[in-house]
Design a protein around this ligand. Structure first.
Ligand code: 3EB
Length: 344
């Protein structure tokens, strides 16, 4: 663990058995976790943790763990489990849809995000950096509208209700489909502003034309957190989209290559923004969402050409938010630590 005076944020893929005994991810440091397991299993204690019932495709089961220095005990408010420290707040929540109770997916999403913004305001962490969204039957059409598009309506409803921008400085995000269960949301918020990074190869998601739904998705391509001793880049789910169009329909290798060019472009944009520091695609932590599990090895081989070695990547089977997308890749990058007085 760093002995600097600054609060550091880190994340890693850690096997459930090693959680809490790892020197950087002890009980006092862990803020929360996201676990993919089908069926769900335990050993997360009272951590704010999403257990998303999507199967791992390959490799050992690991948790994606977020940690800082000295996390406070888990608290509950507005149905949100959260842990925070001086700088960060990590929270998780679930909302069950129930049309009999007027709780459509749109309403469930609006409720989740309204509560999340409420908690952030109340606890004094006004900036949301990253949201993870999982919902059942994401590509199913009900009442004439694909459920992902209903989710986009509800998400934007909540941003607008809180007077937040729906363009520009938005959180990074991902949105994936499960088979059944509640809407599940995890989020990372903080006290200091982040900088939104966009991809010049792609139309910003908040500016997608109406053919992708009545309301645009409310996220940015990556959140850059310029910290005292380290820069962190949280890259949104990234897919084979150029402009606003899906490319290479039906061709998983070509979709993977396009996705990786998009990822490299986002990293390049972030490096431009920080000027002297280098995020390196070879060293990022990846999560790969794969629609058809049999495609995973072909995707891994392409990713290896970028990372030059076995990538630090977790492969999970999930439905992607456009019917014609075969994969989506998200990543976290950490720059080399800076000497404390450097660049001040
Ligand atoms: C895309 O680029 C692919 O709605 O939060 C990626 C990341 C995607 C986040 C979201 C959707 C979301 O449009 C889909």
């Amino acid at each position: 663990m760093s002995d600097s005076n600054y609060t550091v944020l880190r994340n890693a893929h850690i096997s459930p058995a090693a959680l809490f005994s790892h020197p950087d991810f002890g009980p006092q440091q862990v803020l929360g976790a996201i676990r993919f397991a089908n069926p769900p299993n335990s050993r997360l204690g009272d951590l704010p943790a999403l257990q998303v019932s999507l199967p791992h495709i390959a490799g050992e089961y690991t948790d994606e763990v977020w940690a800082g220095t000295v996390a406070r005990d888990t608290a509950q408010a507005s149905g949100i489990a959260f842990r925070c420290n001086q700088d960060w707040l990590f929270g998780t929540l679930e909302v069950t849809e129930d049309t009999a109770q007027s709780m459509s997916l749109r309403q469930a999403t609006a409720s989740a995000y309204q509560r999340l913004f409420g908690l952030m305001a109340e606890q004094g962490y006004p900036h949301v950096y990253r949201c993870w969204n999982y919902m059942p039957r994401i590509n199913e059409i009900t009442d004439g509208l694909e459920r992902y598009r209903q989710f986009n309506l509800g998400r934007q409803d909540a941003f607008l209700a809180w007077g937040r921008d729906v363009t520009g400085n938005l959180p990074a995000a991902c949105a994936l489909g499960t088979v059944e269960g509640p809407l599940q949301v995890a989020f990372l918020a903080g006290r200091a502003p982040s900088q939104a990074i966009e991809n010049p190869r792609q139309v910003s998601a908040y500016a997608y034309p109406e053919e992708y739904g009545p309301r645009s998705p409310t996220f940015c391509r990556a959140s850059l957190l310029p910290l005292a001793d380290q820069d962190i880049l949280l890259i949104s789910g990234t897919a084979s989209i150029v402009g606003h169009k899906t490319m290479h329909v039906g061709d998983v290798v070509a979709q993977t290559r396009e996705t990786l060019v998009n990822l490299e472009t986002v990293v390049h944009q972030a490096n431009q923004a920080i000027k002297d520091r280098r995020f390196d695609p070879a060293k990022m932590l990846y999560r790969v969402y794969v629609r058809h599990p049999e495609d995973w090895a072909a995707i891994r081989d392409e990713l290896m050409r970028l990372t030059g070695d076995v990538p630090q990547a977790l492969f999970v089977q999930a439905d992607i938010c456009r019917e014609d997308l075969l994969l989506e890749i998200e990543a976290t990058a950490f720059s080399a630590p800076r000497a404390p007085m450097d660049g001040q």
